[in-house]
Ligand binder design. Structure first.
Ligand SMILES: Nc1ncnc2c1ncn2[C@@H]1O[C@H](COP(=O)(O)OP(=O)(O)O)[C@@H](O)[C@H]1O
Ligand SMILES: Nc1ccn([C@H]2C[C@H](O)[C@@H](COP(=O)(O)OP(=O)(O)O)O2)c(=O)n1
Length: 215
């Protein structure tokens, strides 16, 4: 079958949304269909959090955290199938989705200095790509021609995430709601984003909804 032609092929596509709304799975599917990499901005916030926790730092203290990140630089490797994060030769990726990192990351993401550190790395990446996070369409790539924003109820998101975490659905739902609140400032949809309620859709349904907009 002939591969569909996408006008978005040489541009940036942004996919923002609340926690566990499907951003990384959907971005990976869209990126693979477009034949471009996807970029997971949340992994950089998670890496800063992991390294701060490992160094026993107070996560509210930007100077110490920035010193640490400056001394041991972190690199995001944006692949279409799944992003990886490196610190030198160490692959941090598999340690970034623990409950401990989930619970600390919003505090770190609220630090303006850390946001600048992440944004600078993202803006240095070669286009085209699909970028996912909270503020890709509003703050980091406001000129992107195609923007999407994923939502779903906290219960549905918790049920999905429960397949990846040891905690039960109510505990995960409470954590997600707490994080939604802490992340509110940077999580507003761009005015020109298409908001997609992923609740009634399966993964492929969300990917197809986006791809039909990119022809
Ligand atoms: N529309 C969907 N239907 C069913 N499961 C989904 C859907 N979107 C995502 N998922 C699943 O929900 C979980 C969270 O998705 P993920 O892509 O990690 O979200 P995010 O990047 O927003 O945190 C994953 O297990 C993923 O496979
Ligand atoms: N562009 C971004 C991406 C993530 N963040 C913050 C907010 C989130 O709580 C954490 C982790 O985001 P990530 O997308 O990796 O994970 P969730 O989908 O929220 O589970 O980072 C942000 O503030 N801005």
């Amino acid at each position: 079958m002939a591969r569909p032609r996408y006008t978005a092929l040489l541009m940036i596509v942004t996919i923002d949304g609340v926690a566990a709304s499907g951003k990384s799975s959907v971005s990976s599917g869209v990126a693979q269909a477009l034949g471009v990499p996807y970029v997971s901005s949340g992994l950089l916030y998670r890496a800063a959090t992991l390294l701060g926790l490992e160094a026993d730092l107070d996560l509210r203290g930007a100077p110490d955290l920035l010193n640490l990140l400056g001394a041991h630089p972190v690199r995001l490797e944006p692949l279409a199938g799944g992003n990886r994060v490196w610190q030198g030769e160490r692959d941090l990726t598999d340690d970034l989705h623990s409950t401990r990192v989930d619970r600390g990351v919003s505090v770190v993401a609220a630090l303006p200095e850390v946001r600048e550190w992440v944004d600078a790395q993202l803006r240095a990446l070669p286009e085209p790509f699909v970028a996912e996070g909270r503020d890709m369409g509003t703050n980091v790539f406001p000129h992107a021609p195609h923007k999407f924003y994923l939502t779903a109820s906290a219960r549905i998101r918790a049920e999905r995430r429960a397949r990846e975490r040891p905690e039960d659905v109510p505990a995960i739902e409470a954590d997600l709601q707490r994080r939604d609140e802490l992340d509110t400032v940077q999580s507003a949809p761009a005015p020109d984003a298409l908001v997609i309620d992923t609740g009634p859709l399966d993964l492929q349904g969300v990917i197809d909804t986006i791809l039909t907009r990119l022809h």
